[in-house]
Design a protein around this ligand. Structure first.
Ligand code: ZN
Length: 422
């Protein structure tokens, strides 16, 4: 009996003996101030020591960035910090995390790009170095790097880096190892961050091979009766999904309402189940970029990547075609308008929930600004937003409001115009 209890406790500690496809949390920090915009996403794995290291890295990077932000106000271009993540497991216990940082500021001659990796074994409770997982033939790897990056590589730096193997940044999958180098580490900045992947079968560690099973989902919008007479608004949620999204959907359902969720591509896979729940309850999904970079500052290729990567990932995981785009920070330019073939949706009621973070204050602001035909901006990543909805929804319900998705609002506006012209 004691053994069973102990096993159960170990299972609980390791999170997920029962449910291996459990969603981990993605922490999102999105801020917009006078001189700086910040978009940060990183995983909360539930492994204390690992999460602490990740948060420490984020904290230090943010501190470096804050020093770069110019003090004088009203500059044309704000400074931007963007940190994005990749997180995957090999077997049940090898956690691979890559954090990619991008900093741009008027104080810098060139934007800064930086990569950081963590590989953690949650069975042995330790961070791994490359020599823990494989015996490598260093000269073959060096030759490979020299061949691939011959135009930008610094040979002396390459030698120096491989003389201290413990410091190498790496990740692995069941059949390949990837090495990561920051600009100037082994090559000039013209090659950017170097990601060098090579196939590998001779791992030192036992790797349990498991196929990931993903559930597919067919989208069937719920057919609702929409009235063109009732005052109508569209509620929209940006920057999610998050652990609050499901609660928000349940609350919406309680008042027979629907909303549009503008999601970030880098969260879709992890919140697959949440997004299925969103769709199954008649809500709409829109695109809010891949990792919240400001779209108007990107090259055309980067811009397309931010948009298409999100559309594709939603299509692949949910079998859903996204039609709507909400640009990050509401920023639009001609490149965006002329090259992205999607309907751009902004807002005309800003609840400032990301800033106010107090349910009552958010609700008061929203309720005083809401009028028929408005598109309301909120964020499903804050508990205070969920709290505000608990005040807003019953009040609007009492006032006879109909709360719909963006596409439904457009449909109602079309029907109203047709009725007027008849
Ligand atoms: Zn946003």
């Amino acid at each position: 009996m004691q053994k069973i209890v102990l096993l159960l406790i170990i299972c609980l500690l390791l999170t997920g003996c029962k449910n291996k496809t459990r969603e981990f949390q993605v922490k999102g920090i999105i801020e917009e101030n006078h001189n700086d915009i910040v978009g940060i996403h990183y995983p909360i794995t539930g492994i204390k020591i690992l999460d602490k290291q990740i948060e420490q890295y984020i904290f230090n990077t943010k501190k470096t960035f804050d020093k770069q932000v110019p003090k004088e106000l009203s500059l044309k271009l704000p400074s931007e910090l963007n940190i994005d993540y990749e997180y995957w497991k090999v077997g049940d216990n090898y956690h691979n995390i890559v954090l990619t940082t991008f900093i741009n500021s008027p104080n810098l001659a060139h934007p800064i790009s930086e990569v950081k990796t963590f590989v953690y074994d949650s069975l042995k409770n330790k961070f791994l170095v490359l020599s823990d997982i494989a015996h490598l033939n260093v000269s073959i790897i060096k030759r490979g790097l020299l061949d691939k990056y011959k135009d930008c590589i610094f040979i002396e730096k390459l030698e120096a880096v491989f003389s201290q193997m413990e410091g190498l940044k790496f990740t692995f999958t069941k059949d390949a190892i990837t090495l990561y180098f920051n600009p100037y580490e082994i090559a000039s900045s013209s090659c950017g961050i170097i990601k060098y992947e090579f196939p590998y079968s001779d791992f030192k560690i036992p790797i349990e091979l498991k196929e990931n099973t993903t559930k597919t989902f067919e989208y069937h919008p719920t057919i609702k009766k929409l009235s063109i007479e009732r005052p109508t608004i569209a509620l929209t949620f940006d920057d999610g999904p998050s652990k609050y999204t499901k609660e928000i959907v349940k609350l919406l359902e309680k008042y027979e309402t629907n909303a549009t969720f503008f999601v970030l591509g880098n969260k879709v896979k992890n919140y697959n189940e949440t997004l299925q729940f969103v769709l199954e309850h008649g809500n709409e999904i829109g695109n809010h970029s891949y990792n919240h970079k400001q779209l108007t500052r990107l090259s055309l290729n980067e811009l397309k990547e931010q948009v298409e990567k999100t559309n594709n990932i939603v299509k692949d995981t949910l079998n859903y075609d996204i039609r709507l785009l909400r640009p990050t920070y509401g920023a639009i330019n001609d490149t965006l308008k002329n090259n992205i073939n999607m309907e751009i949706v902004l807002w005309n009621v800003d609840t400032l929930d990301w800033k106010l973070k107090n349910s009552k204050v958010i609700a008061k602001k929203a309720l005083s600004d809401i009028k028929d035909g408005k598109i309301v901006l909120m964020h499903d990543i804050y508990k205070s937003t969920l709290g505000a909805l608990k005040i807003i929804l019953p009040e609007l319900h009492k006032q006879g409001y109909q709360i719909v998705t963006v596409s439904e609002l457009k449909e109602i506006q079309k029907l109203r115009n047709e009725a007027k012209n008849r």
